[in-house]
Design a protein around this ligand. Structure first.
Ligand code: PAF
Length: 285
């Protein structure tokens, strides 16, 4: 039965107890509204670690002023049941004042990889993510922390943060989980109307187009990006934020697909912004 932990002190006590018994700790940070993608992270954590902690905290500092912090789905009962269904040991569910008490004012700003892709349209987002994840790492002290590839840039940013700040945690990236029709699982899918949900299938379809181009030997990054953009723009409900390809995992500019590369897209359907991505590998000759 997963224990519910609401204070930093109680979370530390639980971790200290586990450590005394020589147990390794796996950590899955989430903002709740859990779906099959989150369950995969938890299952992977169970496979690789003795004790699994999940945090559920809708982190205010990673939302911009006009973003969906207030509307973000909060589904505590279902989330707790989901954690229990896969045998999570503890659910850390702090109130905001536990993590951001009066007088709090220290940020973690990761350089180099946060000024592109989602960082461009959400300029304060990754500062909020890096800050809360650092705080959570300090509290939970995990050996390994598990994040989904759907937020590939987030994984890249957090790996860099761990490296730059000499943190000892290992970040494990778990593949994207998709619906049967290809739409990547996301807590924000709940905002879509039926029509928008149907239109959003173009994301995965356009990534498949790029995958096929790369597999058949296309190496011109501009050509691949243009094909993906054309495909998405053929759907009238789709409003493109970005279609970008960078080297993976460094996020450097590239012209030719001669190494692994991240193709990432962000597209709005109505007011809902969805992201998706694929890692392209050059055709080996
Ligand atoms: O990926 C998320 O749900 C959030 O960005 C995270 C990592 C839990 C930080 O709030």
């Amino acid at each position: 039965m997963a224990r519910i932990v609401e204070s930093v002190t109680a979370m530390r006590a639980l971790v200290t107890e586990a450590r005394k018994k020589g147990k390794s700790i796996g950590f899955v940070p989430t903002m709740g509204a859990l779906h099959a993608g989150h369950l995969e992270l938890m299952k992977e954590a169970k496979k690789l670690c003795d004790v699994v902690v999940v945090s559920i905290f809708v982190n205010p500092t990673q939302f911009g002023p006009n973003e969906d912090f207030d509307a973000y789905p909060r589904t505590w009962d279902e989330d707790l049941a989901a954690c229990r269904s896969v045998g999570v040991d503890a659910v850390f569910h702090p109130p905001a004042r536990e993590l951001y008490p009066d007088g709090w004012g220290t940020w973690v700003d990761v350089g180099g990889v946060t000024d592109k892709l989602c960082g461009k349209s959400r300029p304060t987002h990754f500062r909020g993510v890096a800050t809360v994840v650092t705080k959570l790492f300090n509290i939970v002290q995990p050996d390994k922390a598990f994040f989904g590839q759907k937020d590939a840039q987030q994984v890249i940013v957090l790996k860099k943060m761990v490296r730059d700040l000499d943190m000892f945690n290992e970040i494990v990236m778990v593949p994207i989980v998709r619906e049967a029709d290809g739409l990547a699982k996301s807590s924000r899918n709940a905002y879509l109307s039926q029509e928008q949900r149907q239109a959003a299938l173009v994301l995965n379809q356009s990534l498949s187009t790029a995958f096929d181009m790369a597999a058949s030997g296309e190496r011109d990054i501009t050509a691949i990006k243009a094909a993906v953009l054309r495909h998405i723009q053929s759907v009238s409900l789709a409003n493109v934020d970005y279609v970008e390809i960078y080297s993976f995992p460094d996020l450097a500019e590239i012209d030719i697909l001669d190494q692994d590369a991240l193709l990432a897209v962000a597209v709005k359907f109505g007011s809902t912004r969805l992201i998706d991505n694929i890692i392209l590998t050059p055709k080996r000759t």
